[in-house]
Design a protein around this ligand. Structure first.
Ligand code: 5GP
Length: 188
């Protein structure tokens, strides 16, 4: 998606270890206009797919997810990263965080992920696919169907996209980063 790629080149910043910082338009300060354009493009990419629910992981996936949910008029559920003491009937999985270098738990109430759901997962970044794998696990536990995964930015030099596509998943990414070597942003 050209608008997003241009914005990444203009405002994105590289950090050592292959991390792209986009916190002036996606991850901290957010550009709602661009966010809506990205949501529209994601909806277009999954046209023809039956979707009954959007699933994301807090916190940075929520903004794009809610805009996609708004456009499709379906509920949006975010997996929580801590287990609320009041949550009953939980589905739980483990995710390794690449940026934080630690494992955390994600959980969703079974009330909001039902066997009849056709789930579209939305997130900001696809790196090694750990969050994606955790979400696949949650959806499987619920007996629901994961019909696709949509990301704003995919880092192709990490292997998440390859692994998920090889597993037969319909994966869409709006901007694909080939490399961040020498702190230079190379887009596909
Ligand atoms: P994965 O689970 O695919 O390995 O990594 C994706 C998750 O890690 C995303 O939800 C995102 O929050 C975070 N992440 C991975 N790489 C980056 C990055 O380069 N920049 C930012 N801002 N977040 C990242």
């Amino acid at each position: 998606m050209k608008t997003l790629k241009d914005r990444i080149q203009k405002d994105g910043r590289c950090f050592p270890g292959g991390i792209l910082k986009v916190d002036n338009f996606i991850n901290h300060q957010m550009d709602p206009l661009l966010m809506m354009q990205m949501a529209e493009e994601l909806v277009r990419r999954f046209e023809g797919t039956t979707i009954s629910k959007i699933l994301t992981v807090e916190a940075s996936g929520i903004a794009p997810a809610i805009m996609v949910g708004y456009l499709l008029n379906v509920p949006v559920v975010f997996a929580k990263k801590s287990q609320p003491s009041t949550m009953e009937n939980m589905l739980v999985s483990e995710v390794f965080s690449f940026t934080k270098n630690r494992t955390y738990t994600i959980c969703v109430s079974r009330d909001f992920l039902q066997p009849e759901d056709k789930v579209l997962f939305i997130d900001d970044f696809l790196a090694n696919g750990h969050a994606g794998k955790g979400v696949i696990d949650l959806v499987n536990q619920a007996g629901a169907e994961l019909v696709g995964m949509g990301f704003l930015i995919e880092k192709a030099f990490q292997r998440g996209g390859e692994l998920l596509r090889e597993a037969g998943m319909h994966v869409e990414s709006l901007a694909i980063i080939e490399s961040l070597d020498n702190c230079e942003i190379k887009l596909r």
